[in-house]
Design a protein around this ligand. Sequence first.
Ligand SMILES: [Zn+2]
Length: 143
Amino acid sequence: MSPDAPFRVLPKLTSRNEAFWTGGRAGELRIQRCTDCATWVHPPQPICPSCTGKNLETPAVSGRATVATFTVNHQEWIPGSKDRYVIAIVELEEEPSVRLTTNVVDCAPEDVRIGMPVRAVFEEREDVWIPLFAPDPEVAKRG
Ligand SMILES: [Zn+2]
């Protein structure tokens, strides 16, 4: 964690959400999925919202996503906090209807675009690994 990393309210781990918040330890973005009807479910739920089945697993996904929308925060909510950062909603490659609210990091706020390919990276805080998204290095290489 860099010393200028922003203040974060950390999630409380439960048996239901633990795979999502700790998958980053192994570099994996883990998203809940119903084994009965194959629906992706996020945030984690006790039953599948599609078929009400209880057989939910949390496989690792590719971590690839697309920026659906974003905003640049200019407000210093916490004294001394970094003044500008990007709050984004990204759509997962596996299922675009699964959207994560996150930060786009490792690029200047003015370079973020809707439709931009991004890849999950993780910020370790205590016992959680917060999924953040950075420009996809493979897409950048292809130009
Ligand atoms: Zn289901």
